[in-house]
Structure formats: C-alpha cells, structure tokens
Design a protein around this ligand. Structure first.
Ligand SMILES: [Zn+2]
Ligand SMILES: [Zn+2]
Length: 341
C-alpha cells in the first residue's frame, strides 16, 4: 500500500510499504481522510522526535473493509468510522486508574502508533468509532481533535451558563468553542488576528477580543457582570497570552493549559492569588475513550459543524506542500484525502 513515510526531519517520501497485518481480533480500515495535526507538524520539522522512519497521522477516518473473526461487536464492512490511533496498553498504572491518555507504553518502540497517512490500517475494536453516512470523511477526521477539547472542558468542570475565555482562535481554540456552545457556556474568544475573531463570531462566540488593542482584564469584567472569567482554556502558546488570561480570572476560576510550549515555560501566576482567589490551574493531554465517543456523537448529531475549519486538502502526491501550509500558521486544518489524485 501507499504511505507517506517521514524518514527524517523535513523528509517525507511516498513509499510502497507492506499492507497492515490484521489480527483475528482486529478491524481493517481503508483510510479516506486524515488531518495534519500539530503533532505531525512537530515530527516533520524535527521539533519533536519519536523514531524514523515513521508514518504519521492520528486524525483519521475511513471505511471498514474487513472484520476479524474474533471481533465481538457489531462492526461491518462499509461502515464509516473515525479512529483513535493512540494505542493504550490497558495494563499500566495510568491505564488502570482511568488515565489511559497518559499510558506509559503509548510511545514504546515496537508499538503500533499513528499511521493515518497510509492507505490501510488495522485497529482494535476499541479504537474504532462508527459514524453516520451523512457525515463526510473530512468532517469525521475531526473526531480526534474534537475529543481532546471535550476532555479539556471536562477537566475544567464547567457548569452551564458559566463564562469561558478561550485564548487562541486557531483550530483547537475554535473546536473548544464549538464544544463549549454545546455545553451552554457564555464564550469569549481572544486572539490578536482579526480574521480569526471574525470566524469565531461566525461559529457562535458570544464575545471576541483582540488583546493587542483591548485590555483583556477590563473587557472580561465588563462582559461577565464584573466578575472576570470563571473558566479559561489556553489554546495559544504565546507566553503573554497566559499571563493576561490569569490576570482576568474570577474568584475560584479554573484555567486549563491545553497548549504545549516551545521549550520551558514558567507559569506567571501570583501564588497568593491562587491561595486568596482559590484558583485551579490544570493541564490536559489527549483524551479518554469516553471523550472520543462523545466527540463522535457530537459530530453524528450535527451538534458541531467543522466545515469552516477545513483550510485545504492535500493528496499523497502533494502532502509535503500540505505540511508546509499546515506549518505556515495561516491554516486551520489541512486534510490528506487518501484517494485524491
Ligand atoms: Zn490531533
Ligand atoms: Zn497503559
């Protein structure tokens, strides 16, 4: 089968590789769409290293072609599916305490990982989530990033009608917005890019604010009945964004650091403020299977519409250009269409 193989930083090759071997308890999927996520972008640039050669891609959707004889459950060929391609061992400490997103063995050598930039993939039934036919494969490829936002907002323990500040109107910030709207939150999206704020408004943000031209803290108080935001997601790696957000929080607010930073980043928080205002600062990484299931249902029910976040499509023959576009910082999601010429 065809696969986009990363053979070193910045080196992507389209190779003919062995078809995946499907075990009896597995499902074989023909892939149709896969988003080029930040993880793959970092692997491509070399900012993050796993091992080479590597077939990236973890925001994948496709169609079931074969179901192993030992698979229990109602999977059948032809079903449209989204795939959770982070393999979890199920046996380590973190898997056993219900934090399989932090599985100790997920990146072990020899472990099957990622693989969405290939024509076929074999997966365990618990990695396969059925979706309705009405949803496009490109939309289905958003199940994974959406599930990370579901996880992030759950970590914030948001309550209906609360005021949420989303810092960063990139694709992840805007996916947080879509989920937050389903949860009945009043949302503010903060970003220095006016065109992104316009998209945030089109996607239903209650307020948008440019922190370069408006004082975030005053804006927050003005639009939250004088309280400040009671919950906040940091979906931008700009250090000043975190600092300004922390200064705009209400008492007993929660703040979740969703983004990763380049290098080390000290949290600019006044410890006395954490004490006096009972602030909670958390981080999230990835998602649990429950989050993935709920993200699949949000898409299935038509509760979230992700079309506006598809900035472009690429094919195997143009994937390197697709990566460069994704890395440019101007795009939301660039999606590989496996069958495109
Ligand atoms: Zn992703
Ligand atoms: Zn584990």
């Amino acid at each position: 089968m065809k696969a986009a193989v990363l053979s070193g930083p910045g080196r992507m090759e389209i190779r003919d590789v062995d078809d995946p071997v499907m075990e009896k308890d597995e499902i074989l999927i023909k892939l149709k769409s896969c988003g080029i996520c930040t993880l793959e972008q970092r692997l491509f640039t070399g900012a993050m290293k796993l091992h080479y050669p590597l077939v990236g891609g973890h925001e994948a959707a496709g169609e079931i072609v074969e179901v192993g004889k030992a698979v229990i459950g109602s999977f059948s060929p032809g079903t449209k599916v989204a795939l959770d391609l982070v393999t979890r061992c199920g046996e380590c400490y973190y898997c056993r305490i219900g934090k399989s997103n932090l599985c100790s063995n997920r990146f072990n050598p020899g472990q099957r990982m990622l693989g969405g930039f290939a024509e076929f993939i074999a997966a365990k039934p618990n990695q396969v989530y059925a979706l309705p036919t009405g949803l496009s494969f490109d939309e289905a490829a958003f199940t994974e990033p959406l599930s990370c936002c579901v996880h992030s907002l759950k970590r914030l323990k948001v309550a209906m009608t609360e005021d949420l500040l989303i810092v960063g109107a990139g694709v992840m910030g805007l996916l947080h917005l879509l989920v937050a709207r389903c949860m009945g939150l009043r949302t503010t999206v903060c970003d220095p890019d006016a065109s992104r704020l316009e998209i945030a408004r089109a996607l239903g943000a209650d307020f948008t604010v440019n922190p370069r031209t408006t004082d975030l803290s005053s804006f927050g108080r003005e639009n939250t009945d004088g309280l400040g935001w009671s919950s906040c997601v940091i979906a931008s790696p700009a250090p000043e964004a975190l600092k300004e957000a922390v200064a705009s929080l209400a008492k007993c607010a929660r703040l979740n650091i969703y983004t990763a930073y380049e290098g080390e980043m000290t949290v600019p928080i006044d410890a006395t403020a954490i004490h006096r205002q009972e602030l909670t600062v958390t981080g999230t990484e990835g998602r649990l299977s429950e989050d993935f299931f709920q993200a699949a249902r949000l898409l299935s029910f038509g509760k979230v519409k992700v079309d506006a976040l598809i900035s472009g499509r690429t094919s195997f023959s143009t994937i390197e250009q697709g990566f460069r576009e994704a890395i440019s910082g101007h795009a939301f999601r660039i999606i590989l269409n496996h069958e495109a010429p």
